[in-house]
Ligand binder design. Sequence first.
Ligand code: CO
Length: 135
Amino acid sequence: MKNIEHIGIAVKDLEQSGGLYERLLGSPCYKTEEVPSEGVNTAFFKVGENKIELLAATHDESPIARFLEKRGEGIHHIAFKVADILSEMERLKSEGFVLLNEVPKQGADQKLVCFVHPKETGGVLIELCQDLLLY
Ligand code: CO
């Protein structure tokens, strides 16, 4: 794995929390994007070389809606950048980790992503992400 690509934070209201993070970081949101496959709306902020991803649910069955119900607002996942997501997925499986998706899927911000079950990672949901090559 390379660097931490972003930290994902679950929020109830994207607009309200977006305003909060603009004030907190002193920089504007540079991108918003809906990811229908995950049932989320996202807003991205830059902090130096790092990113913060705010996630709000778009419907009640969204994983973010279930997270908010159980745990409330707060840190939802940590995303690590990987050069080769397929080989990293194989490596993690061989180490006994459980992947939440068997094939990489398209995430926000032009990334291929895979999530690792928090049960085997001490309660932290991990996202692997690889830059999506655009042809
Ligand atoms: Co993420």
